[in-house]
Design a protein around this ligand. Sequence first.
Ligand code: SF4
Length: 354
Amino acid sequence: MIQQQRNKSDVILLPNLLDFTLEEMEEFISSLGKEKFRARQIMKWLHQSGSVSFEDMTTLSRDFRTKLSKISRVSRPQIEKIQESKDGTKKALLRLEDGLFIESVLIPGKNNWTICVSTQAGCAMDCKFCLTARQGFKRNLTPSEIVGQLITLKHETPEGPGINNIVMMGMGEPLANYDNTLKAIKILTGDFGLGISNRKITVSTCGLAPQIVQLGLDICINLAVSLNAPDDETRSKLMPINKKYPLEVLLDACKKYPMPGRRLLTFEYILIDGVNSSVQDARKLASLLKGQRCKLNLIIFNEYPGSPFKSPSPKTVEVFQQTLIDHHYTTMLRKSKGSDILAACGQLSGAVGS
Ligand code: SF4
């Protein structure tokens, strides 16, 4: 259903058309007495052309455009600042309609770009290695704010046309904002708009087990689970969510998650010196993941000013990775990009001055 939104001053906002799925747009257009196919036309203007003005929508009559501008709005995050890392990674600080800031990161690949989008302003999960956690939770992002990060950067940066991978690993826990994340994925994959393949979208979670099972029932999408420890004691210290959904419950949910064809579920593991990166930890991890159809992404902890943890030495990392390879796990050492501009994993804060 099309819902009313209120801003900070409790003023009712006109519906934002970027929040709509195709079905909702059709319902909206029908309620105005217009033909259903107009919904698709509007979706194309919004998502493919990146239009923010009804004036641009020249396949609609002038009267209809005027009517739309009186009863609805088009709003998406605005670029406040873009910083570039030595390695080419770009971090965009984006301003939301209510004045809050979020961050999206553009990560260069060989021939294309990956965008890391945020799903919440702040985060309530309190993972101890994460800078976003320090600012606490502000609010969930709306579907238009999630999808809008991509549309804004696609249309307003030189890298835009090359963005064709999406990872939901920015600020926030996507599955704690379940309905809006799911709706955003449906909008991103719709053929009326950006038409992004579900193979090119990855949702990352800190381990909300019931929502993992539900996501597998609702949609077919790549899943990455932030694991970071081989036992409950260590994981609960690093990630408080583990007290609610301990490893047994989490890994059971992961086993139920349907990965189509030859695709594998990803476990992310941040290597922290003296905490979870010893050879014994690697052996425990290998035994813990027995029976999971998975691959492992190892990420070296990114230190940030005031961070309580340290990065492990290259030798420690090498031994950890080799131990998992010896146990026949596909194990990648993911080079974390953008750490000099605090754009790497766990370093996003939405701070205007960062
Ligand atoms: S790692 Fe992710 S889930 Fe954990 S606090 Fe940071 S943003 Fe939230």
